[in-house]
Ligand binder design. Structure first.
Ligand SMILES: [Zn+2]
Length: 208
């Protein structure tokens, strides 16, 4: 089962993808996380990618695709995967292999902004919480692993504004490109209900 999630910064596609991946036993492939790990691990393109992240802009398609392909070639992706944060440009979409489902997490820009501004990420396990809910049980600590919760550098206000602009200019055209095979979900829904809705839909089998 190969699934792609498309949604703006703050649409909650990361937390949705994580829960859906648990439900179906397929890996959650987060492009953002792959990039951050690449930078942390001092990979081949680390310097260039760090520069892009700090500016809130996208890395060149060829670099993004190279790094993603490397990840998708690992054994755990054999039965499928849920991809979050790719494709983000028309160039990437044109080079993407066939998938079973394309899901669009649709959301109003103001809600997105508020949501992403309040986001806290666990330093250790990548768990996501939010000042506007869901809040961590204990302030500043991750519910899953007790790790420290931080505001990621790419989630500071001016960077978010830039990321939203990039999304509008470069990713939104994909919605038109995929409109016949894409299923739309409302990002404003509570996470549990939202995930249930997506899981129910996916269990009915591929439509693409
Ligand atoms: Zn954690």
């Amino acid at each position: 089962m190969k699934i792609v999630l498309i949604g703006g910064p703050g649409s909650g596609k990361g937390s949705r993808a994580r829960l859906i991946s648990e439900e179906f036993g397929i890996p959650h492939i987060s492009m953002g996380e792959i990039c951050r790990n690449h930078v942390k691990g001092n990979g081949k393109h680390a310097e260039y990618m760090k520069e892009c992240m700090d500016k809130g802009i996208l890395t060149k398609d060829e670099v993004t695709i190279e790094i993603l392909k490397e990840r998708l070639s690992k054994d755990d992706c054999e039965k499928g995967f849920i991809l979050d944060g790719f494709p983000r440009t028309m160039g990437q979409a044109e080079q993407m292999d066939e998938v079973d489902h394309i899901l669009h997490i649709d959301c109003d820009e103001d809600i997105l902004f508020k949501r992403i501004i309040g986001r806290l990420t666990c330093k250790d396990c990548g768990g996501i919480f939010n000042l506007y809910g869901p809040m961590p049980k204990e302030e500043g600590k991750c519910d899953h692993c007790d790790g420290e919760l931080i505001i990621r550098d790419d989630q500071k206000e001016h960077i978010i504004k830039e990321r939203m602009k990039v999304y509008k200019e470069q990713t939104e055209p994909l919605l038109e490109f995929y409109k016949d095979k894409m299923k739309k979900f409302d990002a404003a829904k509570e996470i549990d209900e939202a995930v249930k809705e997506i899981v129910d839909f996916l269990q009915k089998g591929p439509v693409v």
